[in-house]
Design a protein around this ligand. Sequence first.
Ligand code: G6P
Length: 369
Amino acid sequence: EALEKNGYDHFMLKEIHEQPTTIYDAMRGRISSKENRVTLRGLEEYANRFVRANRIIIVACGTSYHSGLIGEYLIEDLARIPVEVEYASEFRYRNPILNERDIVIALSQSGETADTLAALELAKSKGAMIYGIVNSVGSSIARLTDAGSYIHAGPEIGVASTKAFTGQVTVLTLLALSMAQKLSTISSTTFHTLTAELERIPEKVKECLQADEHIRYIAKEIKHHHNALYLGRGYNFPVALEGALKLKEISYIHAEGYPAAEMKHGPIALIDETMPVIVTATNRSAYEKIISNVQEVLARKGVVIAVVPKGETAISSMAHHVIEIPNTEEQLSPLLSVIPLQLLSYHIAVELGRNVDQPRNLAKSVTVE
Ligand code: G6P
């Protein structure tokens, strides 16, 4: 086992550090900014169905559900097709409206999650086309779907998903870009900008990982708190949800993710000096609004940990702790901003002496209802 951990203390840490490679592997052979091209074989096979789709429904559980939410932002933003994201367990039991013009995409690391599998069976029986974005090759979901794209992240051992999340987001980005190109909803300049930047993401993830020691220090500072709030807007809202889930899963600290602007509709009542608030503020849009959200937290003595793009000053000068990440296009920012949140929960869990790779009560893949 020590050998498999490759010198890291835990599988989770190893998998976090693998992400420059696994993100690269998720796009290898599928993207060329030079040729202005993105090709996903599964999508090409069913290109007609994709360009004629009325609607895309993404079904998933856990961390995969969060990458699905990012997929919604990406596909609607770039390809202008309406997207709904649903917990597989809710979707399958609520008599959903579905027809042949709908495409149901399942996101699953294991490809074996019972609720996701059952949701797909239901969608198939109603005539929808079903597509899988899966890590485990030959898994049940991969076999059931009409077509799909593997994320090629390699085996993920840590129960808390990390590299599968960024692999899913990478493939969803490719899918959105390819659909946008086919539907002519993207200019060739924007397409080029995004593909060229996506190719640079693995290097930028490497840069994010350099904050490891600094994040360990922050973890020591906040580990004794019993609650945490994660805030983000737009593309970084699902990242806030994922950051909170990571913390809950492995440190057993209660955490919630919220769209920053919703804070005033409830969570603000909880904020005092015992509440760390982790704000991801990499958005160019709504930036001023995030600044005022941070001010609201500080006015109530909340402890602010800010994830900001390099060179940012307004929030950095106010926050208690600052984690800098490289600048990137807003649509690609989750691939960078999630990295410090993964590291933060990892270090808090280690500090608290938790069983990081096998947290209590959780399973890597939930094959029963
Ligand atoms: C379990 C795992 C999570 C995972 C979820 C969905 O709860 O502990 O890490 O996100 O299942 O799994 P899947 O394999 O379908 O992505």
